[in-house]
Design a protein around this ligand. Sequence first.
Ligand SMILES: C[S@@+](CC[C@H](N)C(=O)[O-])C[C@H]1O[C@@H](n2cnc3c(N)ncnc32)[C@H](O)[C@@H]1O
Length: 291
Amino acid sequence: MNASPTHNSAQRTLAQVVEYYDTHPINEDQIRAAVQASGIPWESLTAEMLQRHDQDHFGGLEANDLLIAGAGIRQTDHVLDVCSGLGGPARYLARRVGCRVTGLDLTASRHESAQRLTAAVGLDDRVTFHLGSALEMPFPDATFDVVMGQEAWCHVPDKPRLIAECARVVKPGGVIAFTDILRRETLSDADQARLAIEMTFPTLESLDGYRDLLEANDCVVEHRDDLSALWTRILVDRLAMYRGLGDHTERKFGSGRKAGWDQAYSFFVGLYQAGRLGGGRFVARRRTPQT
Ligand SMILES: C[S@@+](CC[C@H](N)C(=O)[O-])C[C@H]1O[C@@H](n2cnc3c(N)ncnc32)[C@H](O)[C@@H]1O
């Protein structure tokens, strides 16, 4: 068994991520409450109705569409969503494109909610979920046509290994398409330490850093979009959205979590407003023996 200091620190990060998502303001109960508030009985819920409430990334359904278009995802594709959370993007893809989607997530509570929500809208024939780590993906080499992720890889401690795993499981000629939270400059030790503790971002990659990692793993970067200005605007609204969920968060997880979340998220949004954090969308293709 690997018990090096680096391995132990990565394991600690993974455990912190699970705790963070076990007490996240966006969760299955909160989605059920939002569906109920919209007047739809759970028994007659459809995937189209659910998708208004189940996306846990910046930019919602439009961001999914941009990733689908950028990656050129087709009905015949088998897509892997790495860090699939509650499964919102996976269900959206399966419904909109008709493709098969596999989700991979580390947090058991997220994994179980994703399975329940998917079964509730009858998409479990096309969308399946695995519990596991993005750093040790439980899939053979060259399994998927597309590997995607939305603004979740910020939580993964070892980015070189993460990208190597994505490149391993995608087929030659297949696509890796993702968005992520990025650093725009070298962060101070104090800011990085707060992000690690309060947001569970152990390290953040940069726009150039992800390009270099993709190229080092035999991928050609086809698109690389800087989303920093857009996400700074979105995040101001998102902070207000979380404040709107404050009562729900307090009832479910206590007043300490509500206050702690607000403090952490305000700090995070402040780093965007100061131009220190940003975002990016990447589309890269794994080389074939001919390219
Ligand atoms: C922001 S949520 C993702 C939401 C999803 N992409 C969406 O758009 O709805 C981040 C997810 O990443 C998962 N995660 C974090 N680190 C992970 C890792 N090393 N391996 C697998 N999943 C991980 C968390 O459990 C969490 O469910």
